[in-house]
Write a protein that binds this ligand. Structure first.
Ligand SMILES: *[C@@H]1O[C@H](CO)[C@@H](O)[C@H](O)[C@H]1NC(C)=O
Ligand SMILES: *[C@@H]1O[C@H](CO)[C@@H](O)[C@H](O)[C@H]1NC(C)=O
Length: 356
């Protein structure tokens, strides 16, 4: 009886155990995994996922794999490998992992409405078959996900992070305001031509995008053909996640990466913007990079310049500082915080003068 049970268990384990792949190909080092649950029991709990995945690099190296159920996911945490995935082999890794099925009787979001609309048109009209194919559920989900993830929430999120870091660094705020006063003054609104002069503001925005990237793990990719990353084989269908957090916090690339230091984007004489490291991809790269990058950078610059020209950002009266911990949702959001916004004395005086 017991022998039979043991035999059955053994057989079951044999068939369910993840199989080693083709011996000759070299695959990224893998986290341990169990049947059915994959690597889940071996993932650190608590804290932010992107930080946990970064810490796992100490043991597994800059590229490693883990299993989610029966699916393999490869984590990439080095800029050279990341660029291989995003740029050099962008097409080979242009897939998106499968999106979940949704329930058609719960129209709760714009997504659902759109998909429902497509379903209805498909039911009522045979001629729309072609459109229905063009607008597959997956395509809609992916596209809308991209639009929402990329456009609406991101810029405001970066503005909030920037304000929070300025509250923590009042000297920096002063420096940026002096720069605005000297180069723009109070007689006009800052415009794009000022971007080359307001280097402390530009460096600050770059540093915010480094230390708190909008999408710390970017949007997942999937190999649509058998491919490779570095020296490692990657099978078709493998999900690939670029851990931007790892790139932006690599100690070999960034001096004290956990410190907020906009000056790292300035030359030693603090008179010029520089690109201190290649390990910096705040908007991703390659064919799937952020289409709104240029617009987003312009918006951020103009909004912050306009804000700091007219207002002082201060810690509220209760003395509560914003937490810089963050909350990784679709976008890496900062927790809501209070800020006291006062019209600048210098701005007020200048306005009074010009109106007399
Ligand atoms: C998702 O929906 C498709 C078509 O309605 C169906 O064939 C498939 O089994 C569903 N998958 C899951 C995981 O529910
Ligand atoms: C910005 O303002 C300055 C001063 O008014 C002006 O000379 C310059 O052409 C403006 N640049 C843009 C891009 O509007």
């Amino acid at each position: 009886m017991w022998e039979l049970l043991a035999f059955l268990l053994f057989t079951l384990a044999y068939f369910l155990w993840p199989k080693p792949k083709c011996i000759s190909a070299k695959y990224p080092k893998s986290l341990p995994s169990l049947p059915l649950v994959g690597s889940l029991p071996f993932l650190p709990r608590g804290g932010h996922q992107h930080v946990n995945f970064f810490k796992l690099q100490e043991k597994y190296g800059p590229i490693y794999s883990l299993r989610m159920g029966t699916k393999t996911t490869v984590m990439v945490g080095h800029h050279q490998l990341a660029k291989e995935v995003l740029v050099k082999k962008g097409k080979e890794f242009s897939g998106r992992p499968q999106v979940e099925n949704f329930s058609s009787d719960s129209i709760t979001s714009l997504l659902d409405v759109l998909i429902q609309a497509r379903m209805n048109s498909g039911n009522n009209n045979a001629a729309s078959d072609r459109d229905a194919k063009l607008l597959s559920d997956k395509h809609i989900l992916t596209t809308i996900g991209d639009i929402f993830g990329a456009g609406v929430e991101t810029t405001t999120s970066v503005v909030k992070w920037t304000v929070a870091f300025l509250l923590h660094n009042p000297q920096l705020q002063k420096k940026i305001q002096e720069e605005i006063d000297q180069n723009v003054g109070f007689g006009r609104t800052p415009n794009m031509s000022d971007r080359n002069q307001l280097i402390w503001l530009e460096a600050t925005i770059r540093e915010v995008l480094r230390i708190r990237p909008v999408a710390p793990t970017l949007i997942p990719h999937k190999a649509i053909v058998d491919s490779s990353i570095g020296e490692f084989a990657i099978d078709k269908g493998t999900s690939v996640i670029i851990n931007l957090w790892a790139l932006h916090h690599n100690e070999k690339e960034w001096h004290r990466p956990d410190q907020f230091m906009p000056e790292r984007f300035l030359d030693p004489t603090k008179s010029q913007l520089i690109s201190p490291s290649l390990s910096y991809l705040p908007f991703g790269a390659g064919p799937r990079s952020c289409l709104g990058e240029i617009l987003a950078r312009q918006e951020l610059f103009l909004f912050m310049a306009w804000l700091l020209q007219r207002f002082d950002l201060e810690v509220p009266d209760d003395g509560q500082m914003p937490s810089l911990e963050g909350n990784p949702k679709l976008v890496f959001l900062i927790e809501p915080f209070k800020v006291k916004i006062k019209v600048r004395q210098a701005w007020r005086e200048a306005q009074a003068e010009s109106s007399t």
